[in-house]
Design a binder for this molecule. Sequence first.
Ligand code: ATP
Ligand code: 2PG
Length: 310
Amino acid sequence: MEDIIVKGKNYKMPFSKGILARSLTAAGLKPSIAYKISWDIYENLKKENIKEIEKSELRRRVYYYLISHNYDEIAERYLLWRVFLEKKPLTILIGGASGVGTSTIAFEIASRLGISSVIGTDSIREVMRKIISKDLVPTLYESSYTAWKVLRDFNEGDTKKLYIRGFERHAESVLVGVEGVIDRAMVEGLNLIIEGVHLVPSLLKPKYLDNPYIIFIMLTVEDEDMHKMRFYARSKISERPKERYLKHFKIIRLINDYLVDNAKKMGIPVINNVSISKTVESCLNIITDRLREVIKFEGLNEDELIDEVF
Ligand SMILES: Nc1ncnc2c1ncn2[C@@H]1O[C@H](COP(=O)(O)OP(=O)(O)OP(=O)(O)O)[C@@H](O)[C@H]1O
Ligand SMILES: O=C(O)[C@@H](CO)OP(=O)(O)O
């Protein structure tokens, strides 16, 4: 069966039901429904004996297929993603204490939105460790939950404040690298997800928090036992020993509470990461709501968006 060719600005490729289905799951459809719709659209093109179709025409057909099948909200989201994932670089920040699921959720969102750049703050920390000496910033060479041990002002303040002060010093150095990665992604027009414990809202420069195209979401696990179980689960599939995290669990929970409180103070949404699918859905809703706000802010309405996209 001869392929239908989809023609983009400067490329041609065979029609892929998988690619179309993924952009529909990104708009919030269940994978099974997304795939069925992709098939329907492919079959309709075949019936009309279409051999080659412009990408903009294909998008228009998808959009109006969704509208005609009463998927109005999905159609709007589909439209939003077309505008933003191709026109304006989005940076999504997924923060949260160790073990709450930031990397798991980051990769799930990336897969739903077709975002290929996902970087953990742990990796950025390793780069910063190559640049900054241990004598200069000893907290950088610790973990978030052990940094307090190398503070100079070790004896000041109560222990809780000490743990958090150590964490903040540890995170500040990593955030210099985080901001650099965000700057570069914006210059390159790249969509990016950054995840990790070092994303402390109040320690990020205001220009990042105020940027409408940088969307910050904080994850938590409210139930302590559930949080503990996450380390057991992870130790089965990775080299990261559960013992280390369980030994420092009390401090990890303090950091969790501090990050949740910090996020709330800075107006950043906090999601209790119990079920992966529900957490991803909540994240997509937060991202979509922001895109709607940005469209209004830019004075665009849906008709103008349709013209711009199709
Ligand atoms: N909603 C969830 N339900 C069940 N298990 C989950 C959920 N989210 C994450 N997990 C599991 O919990 C473990 C920890 O998740 P993950 O590695 O993403 O945490 P993390 O926040 O990135 O931790 P760290 O910051 O230490 O790297 C993993 O085994 C992951 O599969
Ligand atoms: O610092 C931490 O809390 C964790 C974050 O992933 O990293 P590690 O335990 O590997 O130092």
